[in-house]
Design a protein around this ligand. Structure first.
Ligand SMILES: Nc1ncnc2c1ncn2[C@@H]1O[C@H](COP(=O)(O)OP(=O)(O)OP(=O)(O)O)[C@@H](O)[C@H]1O
Ligand SMILES: [Mg+2]
Length: 461
C-alpha cells in the first residue's frame, strides 16, 4: 500500500465517539493493521501532516472537511449509524470510498481496506484537487467514468498554464461547466471569469461586445464601453460556440490572441490585455476548417489544448450518479416526495441514448421529481416519459395554438398516469371536472375516444 514502510496497512481512526473509536481500532488491530486514533477535524488534519496512512475511518462531516482542505488525503471510509442510499450518495460526494454501517463487522472493515488499495482508487486519484474540493457543491462535475476522468486529467494538466483550451463536444455534455473548472483550477481563479456566447449575438454587436467601443464609434454609441476581453483582464474569457464567429471577427480574435492587445471599435489606442481564453464548440472545428468556414490559423491558436468532451452514452456508468445528483437537488427545490429511482428504472436510464446528453437527463429528472408520484420512481414511469419524448411529432407538426398545446399537455398527463384521470388532473393543476369536460370535447371533435390511443402510445393498453 502507498506510503507505508512496513507491509502492514496504516489506518487512522478519527471519530469523536471514544467507544466507536476504540472498537474500530481493535478491529483494525485484528486485521493486522497499524492503527492510530484521534478526533476528526483539526486533530485529524494534524495527524496527516506527520505520518502517511493508507486509510482514514471517520464520520461524514470529518471526511467532507478533510477532502475539502486536503483533497490529496488518503482514501476515506465513512462510519454511519444507519444504512440509506441518501447517506451513501452524500458520503461518495464527500469523497469517501466506502460506507461502514454500525455495528461494523470485521469482514466489512476488511472490504473497506481493500477499497482503499491503489488499484481501486485509480479514478479518485486522477481527479484534480480543485475539482474534488467542489465535488459536494452544486457546481460539481458529477461522474467517475474513465472517459470523464481523462477529461479531468487533461484539464488539471492544462489549467495552471495560460494555454488556450478548446472544448469540443455535443450539446449538453458539460462544456461550459468544464470551462469554469479550467478557470477555477488556474492561477487566475481569483480573477474574473467572463463568458460570451458567440452564437447569440449579431456580428456588429459581438464585435463591440468582445472588443468594446469608443464614444461615437457608431450610431447609438453614446458612451465608451469596455469589451469582454478587457473585462476578463487577469482572468479567463470563455468564447462559447466559437464556430459561429464571422470571418471578420475571426481575424480580430486571432490578432488579440497572438499579440495580447486590441483596439476598441472606433478607437485607435492599443490596449494590452492579459486574458486566458477557453473556447467551446459543438461542431467539429476541424471539419469547419476543411470546409473553409473557420480559419485554420485561429483553429490552431485556440486548440493549443484540444479536449473532446464525451457524450453521455459513452459514459453510461455516470448516469446513476447524475440521476442521484439531480434528484437531490430538485427534490429539495420542490419539496417533492420522490426519494429514489428503482434499480430497474436506473438500468433503463443507463441504456438510453441521451442525444441531449446531461442536459436531457437533468430535465427528465426535474420532470419526474415534479410529477411527485411517490417515494420511488419505477421503470414503468421512466419508460413512458422516455417514450413520450421519443415518439413526439417533429417540430414542424407541433401544436402551435393554445388549444392544441392544452390538448397535448392533457394527452401527455394521461400517458404518464396510465389513464388515471384524478392523477392527471393533479399534474395538470386543473379539476377532474375540467379534465372530463375537455376529454368529452375532444371525443366530440374527433368522433373517437382519446384515452385508448393514449394508453396504446404509453404501452399500457
Ligand atoms: N458532469 C456534470 N455534472 C453535473 N452537471 C452537469 C454535468 N455536465 C453537465 N451538467 C449540467 O448539464 C447542463 C448542460 O451543461 P453545459 O451547459 O455545460 O453543456 P454544454 O456542453 O455547454 O452544452 P451546449 O453545447 O448546448 O451549450 C448544465 O445545467 C450543467 O450544469
Ligand atoms: Mg454551452
Amino acid at each position: 500500500m502507498a506510503g507505508t514502510i512496513s507491509n502492514r496497512p496504516a489506518v487512522l481512526v478519527a471519530l469523536s465517539c471514544s467507544l466507536a473509536r476504540d472498537y474500530l481500532s481493535q478491529l483494525c488491530a485484528q486485521l493486522d493493521c497499524r492503527v492510530q486514533r484521534c478526533e476528526p477535524g483539526e486533530e485529524l488534519l494534524a495527524r496527516l501532516e506527520g505520518a502517511s496512512f493508507d486509510l482514514v475511518v471517520s464520520d461524514l462531516v470529518g471526511v467532507r472537511e478533510l477532502k475539502r482542505r486536503r483533497p490529496d488525503s488518503p482514501p476515506c471510509v465513512v462510519v454511519a449509524r444507519q444504512a440509506s442510499v441518501d447517506f451513501a450518495v452524500k458520503a461518495m460526494r464527500a469523497g469517501a470510498v466506502d460506507v461502514l454501517v454500525e455495528p461494523v463487522g470485521i469482514d466489512e472493515l476488511a472490504a473497506a481496506l481493500h477499497h482503499g488499495e491503489p488499484g481501486e482508487q485509480a479514478s479518485e486519484a486522477e481527479q484534480s484537487p480543485v475539482e474534488v474540493a467542489h465535488e459536494a457543491s452544486e457546481d460539481a462535475l458529477v461522474g467517475r467514468s474513465l472517459t470523464l476522468n481523462a477529461v479531468r486529467q487533461r484539464i488539471q494538466c492544462a489549467a495552471p498554464s495560460k494555454a488556450t483550451v478548446l472544448l469540443q463536444g455535443e450539446s449538453g455534455t458539460g462544456k461550459e461547466r468544464l470551462a469554469e473548472m479550467v478557470h477555477r483550477a488556474s492561477k487566475r481563479a481569483d480573477g474574473p471569469f467572463v463568458k460570451v456566447n458567440c452564437a447569440a449575438l449579431a456580428e456588429g454587436v459581438l464585435e463591440s461586445e468582445l472588443f468594446g467601443h469608443e464614444q461615437g464609434a457608431f450610431t447609438g454609441a453614446h458612451q465608451r464601453r469596455i469589451g469582454r476581453f478587457e473585462a476578463a483582464h487577469g482572468g479567463t474569457l470563455l468564447l462559447d460556440e466559437v464556430s459561429e464567429v464571422s470571418p471578420a471577427i475571426q481575424a480580430k480574435l486571432l490578432r488579440v490572441l497572438e499579440e495580447e492587445e486590441l483596439q476598441r471599435v472606433g478607437g485607435n489606442r492599443t490596449i494590452s490585455v492579459d486574458v486566458r481564453v477557453v473556447a467551446t464548440t459543438n461542431r467539429d472545428l476541424e471539419t469547419e476548417v476543411a470546409r473553409g468556414t473557420f480559419r485554420h490559423d485561429l483553429f490552431f491558436r485556440l486548440a493549443v489544448v484540444p479536449i473532446r468532451v464525451p457524450p453521455l452514452r459513452e459514459r453510461a456508468g455516470d448516469v446513476p450518479l447524475l440521476v442521484n445528483h439531480f434528484l437531490e437537488r430538485f427534490r429539495h427545490e420542490t419539496n417533492s416526495r420522490v426519494r429514489r429511482f428503482s434499480a430497474a428504472a436506473l438500468a433503463l436510464l443507463e441504456q438510453h441514448r441521451w442525444s441531449g446528453n446531461v442536459r436531457e437527463l437533468q430535465n427528465l429528472v426535474r420532470r419526474l421529481v415534479l410529477l411527485d408520484v411517490g417515494e420511488t420512481i419505477g421503470d414503468e414511469l421512466v419508460r413512458r416519459e422516455l417514450l413520450g419524448f421519443e415518439t413526439q411529432r417533429p417540430a414542424s407538426l407541433q401544436p402551435c395554438t393554445i388549444a392544441a398545446a392544452e390538448r397535448d399537455a392533457i394527452e401527455r398527463a394521461l400517458a404518464v398516469t396510465a389513464g388515471n384521470r384524478g392523477q392527471a388532473a393533479r399534474i395538470l393543476g386543473i379539476s377532474v371536472r375540467t379534465l372530463f369536460n375537455r376529454l368529452k370535447r375532444y371525443e366530440e371533435e374527433d368522433g373517437v375516444g382519446l384515452v385508448l390511443p393514449q394508453l396504446q402510445r404509453a404501452g399500457v393498453a
